[in-house]
Design a protein around this ligand. Structure first.
Ligand SMILES: C[S@@+](CC[C@H](N)C(=O)[O-])C[C@H]1O[C@@H](n2cnc3c(N)ncnc32)[C@H](O)[C@@H]1O
Length: 271
């Protein structure tokens, strides 16, 4: 990993302000619980083929902590997990003695280089304007032989959806991208990016959900649209489009598909 790939450190306070889904929101815990319920089964399936007993791990942007907690169980008593986030308030419930909660802004704070056997993100880089620099730094944090696993989303199928749901998504994505998010294209490029960063044995899989109105998955997107309302207002977006999308998501007669998750992983060659 070269200095150019690692990039320069940008303004971290600005990164925190731009993040749409702050963990301090009064309904953040419920939203994160639903997010974990939505994504954990696939994440655990992909990661269980990669993680080994005794490994030192980093979950970057650990959010509500379910993945870090699970990782702690996988690596056993001799392994360790750093659960890092710009806002750690939803991580305090992790009781595992081998999981360390660390407040860290991935954009500005130093990441230990060559330290981890396993580095993971899930739906983190797409939200960060400085995602390219952060990706380089995550890669540099790997020990020789260590594995980087990224799970990041692409919304191109949902922004093409019909009905009030599709309209709400198009408005929401415009608002999120105005704040530096990148919800289309980036995730699909990641496998090639891992190769360009020098990782080997790169592989990738896709996952997406289809779900019914009124379900827990629908509630996750209702809350996500709710939390994005200030950002929609900031671009002068019509918030009735969001409200109509939420009403459709509450209606059990409708079925919806969620964004595509790109799961990709690769290994830093042994020195
Ligand atoms: C959509 S949540 C996903 C949480 C978790 N990875 C999961 O999938 O359950 C994104 C997380 O990234 C964190 N985050 C956003 N920007 C960050 C930054 N610059 N540095 C560290 N964490 C950041 C947020 O606080 C939030 O917890």
């Amino acid at each position: 990993v070269t200095q150019e790939q690692v990039g320069s450190v940008a303004d971290g306070a600005a990164a925190a302000q731009r993040y749409l889904f702050a963990n301090a929101w009064e309904r953040a815990r419920r939203r994160l619980d639903l997010l974990e319920q939505y994504y954990d089964p696939t994440s655990f399936r992909w990661a269980s083929a990669l993680v080994r007993d005794g490994w030192r791990c980093l979950d970057a942007g650990a959010g509500g902590g379910s993945f870090a907690r699970w990782l702690g169980e996988q690596v056993g008593a001799t392994g360790t997990v750093v659960a890092a986030d710009i806002d750690v308030q939803q991580l305090h419930g992790i009781a595992a003695s081998n999981v360390e909660v660390r407040e860290m802004n991935l954009v500005t704070d130093e990441l230990p280089q060559g330290e981890f056997d396993f580095v993971h993100t899930r739906h983190v880089l797409v939200h960060i304007a400085e995602r390219d620099a952060v990706l380089g730094r995550l890669c540099a944090a790997l020990r020789p032989g260590g594995v980087l696993m990224l799970e990041e989303g692409d919304v191109s199928s949902v922004t093409a959806a019909t009905g009030a749901y599709g309209n709400a998504w198009r408005t929401f994505v415009r608002a999120a991208e105005a704040g530096g998010g990148r919800y289309t294209g980036f995730a699909f490029d990641l496998p090639a990016r891992l190769g360009a960063l020098g990782l080997v044995d790169v592989d990738a899989e896709l996952d997406a959900q289809i779900f019914r109105g009124g379900s827990a998955s629908a509630e996750f997107w209702i809350l996500s649209l709710e939390q994005a309302l200030p950002a929609v207002a900031a671009i002068g977006g019509p918030d009735d489009l969001i409200a109509r999308g939420q009403a459709e998501l509450s209606d059990a007669r409708h079925w919806f598909h969620g964004p595509t998750t790109v799961g990709t992983w690769g290994r830093r060659p042994a020195d």
